[in-house]
Design a protein. Structure first.
Length: 94
């Protein structure tokens, strides 16, 4: 398990604040936020580097549609995509 992983069964959504899929899903069920940005109240999710905002928006939309938020989140693919995204941001001169 890498430093950023919570576990294989409970993938990390927000790496900056180590917020897991289960934690976000529980927050969605209990708090029923009106807008995705309210997920920042879940241990600061989405307020760090910005990588997870798209995931949080998708999880929020799935919740509103009555689905299981983030159930198809692949930890390895998510970690790799975030590394690539951060690398691109560091090399962008703007």
């Amino acid at each position: 398990m890498t430093e950023d992983q919570t576990s294989c069964e409970d993938p990390t959504v927000c790496f900056c604040f180590r917020v897991s899929r289960a934690k976000v899903a529980a927050f969605l069920r209990k708090q029923n936020p009106v807008v995705a940005s309210q997920l920042s109240e879940c241990d600061g999710a989405g307020t760090g580097c910005g990588w997870c905002r798209r995931l949080l928006e998708d999880m929020h939309a799935t919740h509103l549609d009555g689905g299981d938020p983030g159930q198809d989140l692949d930890q390895g693919a998510n970690e790799a995509a975030r590394r690539s995204w951060r690398s691109e941001r560091r090399s962008d001169p703007s």
